[in-house]
Design a binder for this molecule. Structure first.
Ligand SMILES: [Fe+2]
Ligand SMILES: [Fe+2]
Length: 250
């Protein structure tokens, strides 16, 4: 069994449905929570719902060039899981009578950068959003007293942790032929992108994060901690011979 066939197996068996959240069409958010959470929930619901066509196209090209025949199917199942996140958040917004967004400038910015990029840069942008999702859904879970929203946040958090493991494998394959120093720069670029995205998202929804007792530093630390599988996969992509780089990467 290849690593990708294991991921296909995982995604197929993680095939949960939005029905399990038993939406009752009765709002569960207090007006204070609604004011606090609406804008960010609308934005994340939109962001989770990409069609993934550009990613799949690049993924097929990469898998053909690098002999990973199972990768496109695994990626397709991953995209469907992201779309389920968007669907379940969409149902929740409908229940709370919060309109769904059709577009948002942050989402458009992420999509534009992704579409300019090749497979690896596209994955990096995607991974940055997934790293930000970890402190974000943690904050949602802590800030709300709505039981369905807490359950949704827990479920998405569990999935996102696995997504980061999946993307760690993909990014390690992208970096396989790279020198130690080039991989070191790759990691620095990822952390730079993460820091910029964390600053942007924190400043946009700071009242939510303050309510959830997440300081900017704690927010960044949660996202940084979630980056560890990628750090480990990239440092193991090829045995390093540079002790200084190795020491930093550990
Ligand atoms: Fe997601
Ligand atoms: Fe994800």
């Amino acid at each position: 069994m290849t690593k990708y066939s294991s991921w296909i197996h995982y995604f197929r068996h993680n095939n949960w449905s939005t029905v399990q959240f038993e939406f009752r069409n009765v709002p569960t958010l207090s007006s204070e929570e609604r004011d606090l959470l609406s804008a960010s929930l609308q934005q994340f619901q939109l962001g989770e719902g990409s069609d993934g066509l550009g990613l799949l196209r690049r993924c097929r090209r990469f898998s053909g060039q690098n002999a990973h025949p199972d990768l496109p199917e695994a990626m397709l199942l991953f995209i469907r899981e992201e779309q389920r996140h968007s669907a379940v958040l969409g149902h929740f917004l409908d229940q709370e009578c919060i309109p769904r967004l059709r577009q948002h400038w942050v989402d458009q910015l992420f999509r534009k950068i992704r579409n300019l990029a090749g497979f690896e840069l596209m994955l990096t942008v995607l991974v940055t959003a997934e790293l930000i999702a970890i402190p974000y859904y943690t904050a949602i879970h802590n800030a709300t007293s709505s039981i369905p929203l807490k359950l949704i946040a827990q479920r998405i958090l569990r999935d996102e942790e696995q997504h980061l493991e999946f993307q760690a494998l993909n990014l390690a394959h992208c970096a396989q032929q790279r020198s130690d120093f080039a991989r070191f720069l790759t990691i620095l670029a990822q952390l730079g992108a993460l820091t910029c995205a964390a600053a942007l998202v924190y400043s946009m929804h700071s009242s939510l994060f303050r309510k959830a007792a997440l300081s900017p530093l704690r927010f960044w630390a949660l996202a940084y901690d979630a980056h560890r599988p990628i750090l480990h996969a990239l440092t193991a992509a090829r045995p390093s011979s540079n002790p200084a780089v190795e020491a930093y990467l550990r």
